[in-house]
Ligand binder design. Sequence first.
Ligand SMILES: [Zn+2]
Length: 65
Amino acid sequence: MATKHRGVTALDRMRSRLERVDMECSACGYEDDGGRWRSTTDGSRVHYSHICPRCGRVRKRTYTL
Ligand SMILES: [Zn+2]
């Protein structure tokens, strides 16, 4: 496996964990099975956001790298 972008690999791993365990909207309870968390990073922290396709609620998670 290519490990050129180790940070990206860590981010992807964290995102896939979110997509396994945290896809239920906290506002309406919708389970977004095919949904994705989007990630952005500023170098020291990574921000994930997920938009509920049913009600539009934006949920956010922030992790320190
Ligand atoms: Zn919702």
